[in-house]
Design a protein around this ligand. Structure first.
Ligand SMILES: Cc1cc2nc3c(=O)[nH]c(=O)nc-3n(C[C@H](O)[C@H](O)[C@H](O)COP(=O)(O)O)c2cc1C
Length: 229
């Protein structure tokens, strides 16, 4: 069973012992299989099916995805974000002055990965990000709890700050100003939609002979291929 475990401050980690633990960590994946015959011809529909199964299975944070972007110097950056909607692309929300948003404006090419360990599944998506329409952002913003709406105003995301107290003070001030609950959307807050150009569905199998089904777009058509594990 999972529990929060904290090492005492005076207890050092033994790197050699840790390395032996890593070497010995080994799991067989044997819960399911995936065939090119059973997948949906439309990868977005296949994605919705797997996302729904992850939600039904009550995996932890099924909508959490690692989002990789390209920095101006051509090197990658990656961080987690939460998927908040799917239409013809995958939608997420963020601070529009954040490094990730600036990177996306310069170079919209992205890669995303979901990992659902309880289902022994991974989904990789590659695509191009576009900024979300303001109406969509405003409608979503109003579904957020009050504290999250205030939080969006007070955090200059990824900028160095003097202390935690600074942010807490700003939070308290704004919470008092918008005590009636009507918090407008900050102009520096919004979202992106990732229009997919490639999907890969990965199902763990025994002896590392995993099932991998890739969809790639060719002349506007999705081509489905099985990849070697
Ligand atoms: C599970 C999880 C979900 C997150 N979801 C979001 C999100 O939806 N939007 C967001 O801006 N940051 C989210 N974050 C924080 C980001 O990972 C990151 O720290 C922050 O956005 C700054 O990234 P940047 O400096 O690359 O712009 C999440 C972090 C975790 C661990």
């Amino acid at each position: 069973m999972w529990k929060f475990w904290r090492r005492r401050k005076d207890q050092q980690v033994d790197p050699a012992a840790l390395e032996r633990r890593l070497e010995q960590m080994r799991r067989e994946y044997k819960k399911a299989r995936l065939s090119e015959k059973e997948v949906d011809p439309d990868p977005l529909k296949q994605f919705l099916r797997w996302l729904d199964e992850a939600i039904q299975a009550q995996v932890w944070e099924p909508n959490a995805m690692a989002l990789a972007t390209v920095k101006p110097d051509g090197t990658p950056a990656v961080r987690m974000v939460l998927l908040k909607g799917v239409d013809h692309g995958l939608r997420f929300y963020t601070n529009l002055n954040s490094p990730k948003a600036q990177q996306l404006r310069q170079n919209p090419h992205v890669a995303v990965v979901f990992f659902w360990p309880e289902l022994e599944r991974q989904v990789r998506v590659e695509g191009v990000a576009e900024e979300l329409e303001r109406e969509i952002v405003e409608a979503y913003f109003q579904t957020r709890p009050f504290a999250s709406r205030i939080g969006a105003w007070v955090s200059p995301q990824s900028q160095p700050i003097a202390s935690r107290f600074e942010i807490e003070k700003a939070f308290a001030k704004l919470a008092a100003r918008y005590a009636d609950g009507n918090v407008p959307v900050p102009p520096h807050w919004g979202g992106f939609r990732i229009i997919p150009t490639q999907f890969e569905f990965w199902q763990g199998r025994q002896a590392r002979l995993h099932d991998r089904i890739r969809y790639r777009k060719e002349n506007g058509q999705w081509i489905i291929e099985r990849l070697a594990p």
